[in-house]
Design a protein around this ligand. Structure first.
Ligand code: UTP
Length: 418
């Protein structure tokens, strides 16, 4: 697009700040900005801006608790029947795993992709990617298979992650069975709907959330690749849960036996205000309500035995059929916004460093995909067995708390170590 066309478009989509900047910069910078703008879908910016004004209202009247399977309440025969159905899928090489590693990890405050963070676990510190590799390797050994392992990266951290894995020889994982694919990005927008330029006159963008996984798999050819390999089930987990069990034969078996296309492992909240997304049913479909959006009456709700009614919580341990992934990859998941502080170039090309949040970042969330399905299987996990998140630098969900959970877990399961 040439300058005139771009200006016309910027006028149409109400971007006066960028027009001012274009009028002030030298020709070389102008050319670069125009080139970048030509690749931006300004209509999408308008949609993002509309989203800023939307507020989410949750009406508890529409919600019901989800039904979950509690493994502790299964008979030995039931348990084995589920497990065997899962093992059958593994043995027939119809299973793959994806680790989502495209996040920015801002809360951890570590300078590098989260997967390259070394956590002080016993008997020796390990990188998060190493912990994931070990976990899949254990299943490979147990079932005498090699599970294809895909890693979702971002534009920002892809090169660093690929070189890191190369340098560490994939932590012993067969290299031919590891694939990387990049997720997308969305531009940031200020409170008044303006695109943000950084100090280098580049459009500020951020990774578009873990829900980007479906679309990115389609766009990067991962769905096709999996089809060629005969994959039918895919576990999608996050890099920062060091008790993540991707090869979850029980979850797999439950999905198959219940005829679900998606299955998720939950944990029950410790207390009503615990900051976790809540699983519930809305119009019969499974939905996750973020902790920031949970209405007060939902927090307080109890069943006839005085127990928390909406305690089942999302820990991002999800299994999808490849068919489900393909279906979701063609949908437009909703945007979620986060109000953050970003430096920006003002209309006089001066860099401003605000002290308060000034711009919105937009993300797709993986759990929004649940709403496209009538039935999802939920299996209740246990915190001490399934959930040791590394989110914050200190305090709750920090490397310290996660390492303790991990060490305790491996003391109980010493016989399963490789
Ligand atoms: P979080 O939502 O906890 O975000 O990611 P984060 O980026 O790791 O950390 P903060 O919020 O900036 O502190 C949950 C999982 O989803 C992945 C993360 O890598 C993590 O495995 N994720 C998140 C992506 O792959 N892409 C994204 O755009 C966001």
């Amino acid at each position: 697009m040439d300058e005139k066309e771009i200006i016309k478009k910027l006028e149409k989509y109400n971007q006066p700040r960028l027009i001012n900047i274009l009028n002030k910069v030298d020709n070389k910078t102008k050319k670069e900005i125009i080139e970048e703008l030509s690749e931006i879908n300004l209509k999408e910016i308008e949609r993002l801006y509309e989203n800023i004004k939307d507020t989410v209202e949750v009406d508890i009247g529409e919600l019901k608790p989800v039904k979950s399977i509690n493994p502790d309440k299964l008979t030995k025969e039931q348990y084995e029947e589920f497990e065997n159905a899962g093992i059958d899928v593994l043995k027939n090489n119809k299973f793959a795993v994806i680790i989502m590693a495209g996040g920015e990890g801002t809360r951890l405050g570590f300078n590098g992709p989260k997967g390259t963070f070394k956590i002080d676990v016993e008997p020796k510190p390990k990188y998060l990617f190493e912990i994931m590799a070990d976990s899949i390797q254990r299943a490979n050994k147990k079932y005498d298979i090699t599970i294809p392992w895909y890693i979702m990266t971002s534009e920002k951290n892809n090169d660093e992650i690929v070189s890191f894995m190369e340098e560490h020889n994939y932590f012993g994982y067969p290299k031919d069975f590891v694939g990387f694919f990049k997720q997308g990005e969305l531009p940031l927008i200020t409170e008044d709907g303006q695109i943000v330029l950084d100090e280098n006159y580049k459009i500020r963008k951020a990774a578009d959330g873990n829900g980007s996984v479906f679309k990115s798999m389609r766009e990067r050819g991962v769905i096709e690749d999996m089809k060629e390999k005969g994959i039918e089930w895919v576990y999608i987990g996050q890099i920062d849960n060091i008790l993540l069990k991707m090869v979850d034969t029980l979850l797999l078996g439950v999905a198959i036996k219940e005829g679900s296309e998606i299955a998720t492992r939950s944990v029950f909240k410790d207390f009503p205000r615990e900051r976790m997304g809540t699983l519930c049913l809305k119009n019969g479909n499974v939905k996750v309500i973020e902790y920031s959006e949970i209405p007060e009456d939902m927090i307080e709700a109890k069943n006839e035995n005085g127990e928390m009614l909406f305690g089942e919580s999302n820990i991002t341990c999800n299994l999808f059929s490849l068919k489900a992934i393909e279906k979701i990859s063609l949908k437009d998941l909703p945007y979620h916004k986060a109000h953050k502080r970003y430096n920006y170039l003002d209309e006089n090309c001066k860099i401003c460093e605000p002290e308060e949040p000034n711009a919105y970042k937009f993300e797709y969330f993986i759990f929004d995909s649940f709403e496209y399905f009538n039935q999802i299987s939920v299996v209740r996990g246990k915190r001490e067995e399934d959930f040791a998140p590394v989110k914050n630098k200190e305090g709750v969900q920090s490397p310290e708390t996660a390492a303790k959970l991990y060490n305790d877990y491996w003391r109980r399961h010493a016989d399963e170590r490789m």
